[in-house]
Structure formats: C-alpha cells, structure tokens
Write a protein that binds this ligand. Structure first.
Ligand code: BGC
Length: 690
C-alpha cells in the first residue's frame, strides 16, 4: 500500500455522504466532494464555491453549490459488482474503477492547485452502452434553491444567484480520446472574479484543451509538491499516526485560500453548506497558527479577510450598543453574522431555541487579535499592521473596553454576561478564557500602537485620524492592568471556568448520558442536561492554559487538566487538540496520544455526528485538521516560537521513535529533527524531503 493513499475497496451505499468528505478535492477557490461521476444531489455531490453566498427567502444564508460539471454516466450499466476508489493525498487526485454488470468505468480527476478555476476529469467506459456527460444543474442544497439558469447546453451553463445576482459560469471542453474515453476540462468563474465570467471560463477551457491533461496534471502536482515541502511532518515508528496527520494536512490545504484575501476557511471547509459555509473562531485559533509557521502567505490572506470584514464587525458592535469591532460568530463575505438568535431546534417541541452564540461569544474578536499578533511575532511582517491589522486590533480593544464593567467595590474590570468556548454554559460572568484573551487584546493594542508610533509615525497619525484611538488609550491601559483574570485557587491550583462554576452539580459524563431522552437533544441552552452541571462541551480553561503556558507552573496546568478532562464531553471537534497539547506539555505524551489520534482521524473515521434530526451536519473538520498539526508540532515536539527564537521541548509518545518537520520563522525556513534524545534545528530551504 502506498503510504500517501486512502483506498476504498468496496462500494457502500450507507457511506456515500461520508466518502464524499473523505475523498474531497479542492484548492481554496472551490471544493469538490468525493462522490462518483454518476452521482447527483441525492448522493450529496457538490462543487462548493468559497465566498459565494445566497439566501433563499426565509431560510439560512449559505454558500452556493455550483452546477456539477463532472456528471457522467453509462446508460444501462446495471448494478455495481466491485468498486475501487483511491485518493492520492500527495498530489490531490481521486481515481476510481467500478465494475458494473454491463460496463467497467474508470476515472481520474483533480481540482487544479495551479489554476484554481480548473477541474480536470479523465473518464473511460468499456462496452458499447451510451455514455452521457454534461453539467448537472439540479444540485444539492440544504437551504436552496440558490440560482436560476440563464443559459444551458451540453458544455456550458450560466446561472445567476437569486439574492445578489452573482453570475456563475461553468464551461467545459471535451477531448475524446476514442469512442469510449475522454478528457473533460471545466473552468468556473463568477462575477466576483471578473466582469465577464463567461468569456473568462471559455478562454480558460480553450487553454486547458491546448495544454492537455498530462501537462495540467504536472503543473498541479508541482504545486502540491511545494505545499508538502512546506507543511509535511514525518513521524517515525507509527504509520497510522503518520497517515492520519498527513491526511489532516491534506484536508486543511484543500480549503486554504491562496488566490484571495477576501475569503477564509469555513468551519466545514469547502465540503458542503453545513454551518452556512461560515467562518468561525476555528480559523484563527486552530488553522491560522499552522499556516503562520508553514506558509505565512496563506495566514496573511486569512488575517486580511478579517480586515476586509471589519465593516460588518463594527456594525455588529453598534447593533448591540457597543463601540469598536464585534466580529461575527459565523462570518460570511462581508462580515455579516449568519448566526441566528435561534440556532438550535429543540428535538422535543420542534421549536427554535434561543441561543446566545451570536450575542455573547465576544471572545471571537480577541481570537482574531491573538492570530494577528502571533503572525507578526513569528513572521516579523510589520506590513500586516499598516495594511489593516492595526485598525482591527484597535477596534477590538475599543469593543472590549465598551463591553467591560468596572466594579467599584473590587476596583477591577470584569466581563459579565459572556459565553466562553464551552457553549453549554451561556451568559456567564468572568469566563477565564475570555478574560485572559481580552487582556491579551488590550496589551496587543498598546504594543502595536507603540511600535507603529516608533517605526512609522505617519501611519500612526493616519490611524489616529481614522479611528481616534488616542483619546482612549489610557483607559485601555488601565483596563489591561486591572482586568480580573480568574486565578488558580491557592490550595488546589484550580482555575474556575467562570463565576459560580464550582457550585454546579458535579456529575459524571456517564451519568449525564444516562439522562438523555433523545439521541439528538442539545445539552446546552435553557433546559440542557449540561447547563446545570459541571460538564463542559469543549476545552475552555485548558485551552487558555495551552495558550498562556508560560504564565502558569506545570503543577497548576496539570491540576486543571486532570480536573477538567473527565468533565469534558468533547462535543466539538475543536476540543481534543487542546487536551493533547496540554497533556504533552505536562509530560504525559501517552495521554496526549489518544487525543491526538482523535483529532487527526476525525475525517477518516467519520466518527462525528452526520445528522441532527433531518439536518445534515457532516462534512470535513478543518479546525481538527489544523489541531492535528498543532498537537504534533506544538504538543509532542514542544515547539514554541516567539520574538526570541525557536524553542523545542520534545515529549514524543512512546511509540514514536522520531519526528521531523519544517517551519518558517521570520522569513527563514528551518528543519527540525527529533531522534531519540537528540534534537536538531537546521536552517535551510528544503524543509522535508518528501
Ligand atoms: C463549537 C464551536 C465551533 C463551531 C464550528 C461548535 O460546535 O462549539 O466552538 O466554533 O462548532 O466548528
């Protein structure tokens, strides 16, 4: 077996949706689900366009699934006798061979990394039954329909989205190799890309036809080669972990926007319309850090997306009566918040439940500032601030100052009525994670403004003209020094997740699960099973400890890990990696290992919820994918990078005999090798010899 391949040796009707995720292709511009050529909307075939959203009347706003240009079928092929499907994660190709009763179909496809508008398919069928190939406009939507067809023939489809009137042109060109096999080149352009998407797509098809499948494939493969040279991690002594980690990186790269800084990576990447194709804090906390250290140009695009959506964040702050920037909990193309006030449906009454994700997860603005500062600290790219990030930082600090409450009797600032990462406990006071992140935001604003004044006084002045921060700077400084950060209990070392958490019912996860009346019931909200207990949805204090390790001694970190771990449900795929990183840090890599594997295999095993009631919530998990790299590199290798340099404190799981990976720090690339007790860091251009 090739160590870079995911193989499927039989056809399973039950796993069609799952295999659509497992065999994904993509390039940041679009994601193509790994369904078969003959599949359509019932099998959740999908060509998701990043950043193209539409709202059907009265429904959730979601990304548009384009007409499917891969659609090809052999008429009368009959039942499937055998099926093999291979995903090559090294070069991003999916191939299949299916023996039907009356024909054998073979295909290979890729979604070009070299030209993001291009999809290439090679298709052949044995026998003499008719082959039909075209563009399927009857697409899968969760909350559609999203477009009307303006033009449609066998090789071209032009549609217009209903809400915003965005034109999507899908053009194909077919090269018949003989009567039974062909190459099909597809080009997709939208009116967000250029003024004449139809002509652009046609011309691109003509170029593709002239270049041919082999040449296009070569260019695509070469880009994947560059990507792996940057991000690969080698693990010695554990093939399962090796594959799972590479597979996670593969999935993450499929959604990485290299072509634009106007889009980001949605919480289900480009695998479907789940979660409204929206961008959450997942990006800043679990994905951007991976790119910052491996491919900073991508990290920069992700950060700039937040600058371009600052307008939406300002409006949201105003909507709630605050100032500054309150970023969308579920961001779409203009920073508008797609999160509704009623985001969960109660399974018992079938009525919408009031949730406070949108209103109270204020930590989103701090998470963005965290990613910005780390990007600057690790790349030394000061231009990010003058290109817009300084304004983001200032507006986020301003938002938190306007949100905070000064308690006169205690002489401190507090953050009341918030929701931390643990969504099962909404509207709490002084969530440790949130308070610490807000302090970080204020400190960062002060630091950035100092640097700007010192290095680029004209830019400092122009930022002042645009935002008028000077009048508030002293107030932010005061808040930064007097903001309450929940402290470890002097006896136990425990940090209370929020005010009053200690008083909640302390029952085990098993006990809570024993109380479940409906398998899909929501644990949070007003009547949730977890709401009145200490059971948390996902890493909260532990995530905070992971980010601010140097503020706490190892004993405190250990005490909190041991306390919160049995109380965490891991109801979010974001949770496991935080537990993995902290376990490695406290010297328990074998505890960490299970959490690492959980995060690294989430899209391989499909062991995450696929449906809630009738709602499909499956898809890929890019935050968990990023979390796999973070667990391996920041966790097991113990990499810590700051303004002073690269530090390593390896704690490998017992079955790993070594690991190596590359990182980029301040414009230079370094190769890290950990073998037994020896750790070596070598500067060099070639990072990993894959
Ligand atoms: C998690 C959030 C996360 C969202 C999208 C939720 O289940 O609790 O933290 O941002 O999923 O991944």
């Amino acid at each position: 077996m090739n160590e870079w391949q995911l193989n499927l040796n039989e056809y399973s009707a039950e796993e069609i949706a799952l295999n659509g995720n497992r065999f994904m292709l993509g390039n940041g511009y679009m994601g193509v689900r790994g369904t078969l050529e003959e599949h359509g909307k019932d099998e959740l075939a999908g060509v998701m366009l990043n950043g193209v959203y539409d709202q059907a009347p009265g429904q959730w706003r979601e990304p548009v699934n384009a007409p499917n240009p891969l659609f090809s079928v052999v008429e009368g092929a009959g039942k499937i006798i055998s099926h093999e499907q291979v995903l090559d994660i090294r070069f991003g190709h999916v191939s299949r061979k299916t023996v039907y009763e009356n024909a054998i179909v073979e295909a290979d496809r890729f979604v070009s990394m070299a030209d993001v508008h291009l999809i290439c398919l090679r298709y052949s069928a044995s026998g003499d039954l008719p082959i039909h190939t075209g563009i399927d406009t009857d697409v899968w939507d969760i909350n559609g329909p999203h477009f009307q067809c303006l033009e449609q023939n066998e090789t071209e489809v032009v549609v217009k989205t209903n809400e915003l009137g965005i034109t999507v042109a899908v053009c194909t060109a077919i090269e018949w190799l003989n009567e039974r096999s062909f190459h099909k080149f597809t080009s997709i352009y939208t009116s967000l890309d250029c003024t004449d998407p139809i002509t652009a797509a046609r011309e691109s098809c003509v170029r593709a036809l002239a270049a041919g499948y082999a040449e296009l494939s070569e260019a695509h493969d070469a880009r994947w080669n560059e990507i792996w040279n940057r991000c690969d991690v080698r693990i010695e002594g554990d093939d399962d972990a090796q594959f799972a980690l590479r597979y996670s990186l593969y999935q993450l790269q499929l959604a990485a926007p290299r072509h634009s800084d106007r889009v980001s990576i949605p919480a289900r990447a480009l695998s479907g319309q789940v979660y409204k194709g929206a961008v959450f804090w997942d990006t800043e906390m679990f994905m951007t850090p991976v790119f910052t250290l491996t491919d900073p140009a991508v990290a920069r695009n992700l950060i700039m997306y937040r600058y371009h959506t600052l307008g939406g964040a300002r409006e949201k702050a105003l909507e709630y009566g605050f100032r500054g920037a309150f970023y969308a909990w579920e961001g779409q193309e203009h920073g508008n918040d797609a999160c509704t006030h009623f985001n969960v449906t109660d399974v018992f009454t079938n009525r919408p439940m009031r949730t406070y994700f949108r209103d109270k997860q204020i930590h989103i603005s701090a998470d963005i500032v965290y990613a910005i500062w780390k990007y600057y600290e690790q790349t030394n790219d000061f231009s990010i601030f003058t290109d817009g990030a300084a304004e983001v930082v200032v507006e986020c600090a301003r938002f938190f100052y306007s949100y905070a409450f000064f308690k006169k009797d205690k002489e401190r600032f507090e953050l009341l009525d918030v929701t931390g990462p643990d969504e099962y406990h909404e509207r709490v006071n002084n969530n440790a994670y949130t308070n610490r992140m807000v302090k970080f935001t204020l400190d960062t604003a002060i630091r950035v403004l100092d640097l700007l004044e010192e290095q680029l006084p004209a830019d400092f002045q122009s930022l002042e003209t645009r935002t008028g921060f000077m009048a508030e700077l002293n107030a932010w400084k005061e808040m930064a020094s007097n903001l309450w950060i929940p402290a470890p209990d002097p006896q136990t070392g425990l940090i209370e997740q929020f005010d009053g958490y200690e008083k909640l019912e302390d029952c085990s996860l098993k006990e809570i699960k024993g109380r479940v009346l409906d398998p899909n019931e929501y644990f949070g909200g007003g009547n949730g099973l977890a709401t009145t207990t200490k059971i948390l949805k996902q890493a909260d204090v532990v995530l905070m400890l992971n980010l601010f390790q140097s503020d706490y001694d190892v004993e405190t970190i250990r005490a909190n890990w041991e306390y919160y771990e049995p109380r965490t449900e891991h109801g979010s795929s974001l949770s496991a990696c935080a537990y993995a990183m902290v376990a490695a840090r406290i010297g328990n890599p074998d505890w960490a290992y299970d959490y690492f594997m959980k995060t690294a295999t989430v899209d391989l095993t499909g062991k995450s919820k696929q449906y809630v009631g009738t709602l499909y919530i499956g898809g890929t998990h890019p935050a968990a994918n990023g979390g796999a790299w973070l667990s391996a590199v920041l966790g097991f290798a113990g990499l810590h990078v700051d303004e002073n340099g690269i530090h390593l404190n390896p704690n490998l799981p017992s079955r790993w005999t070594g690991m190596s990976f590359g990182i980029e720090w301040r414009g230079e690339r370094y190769q890290v090798e950990i073998n037994g007790r020896e750790t070596k860091v070598t500067p060099g251009k070639e990072i990993c010899n894959v």
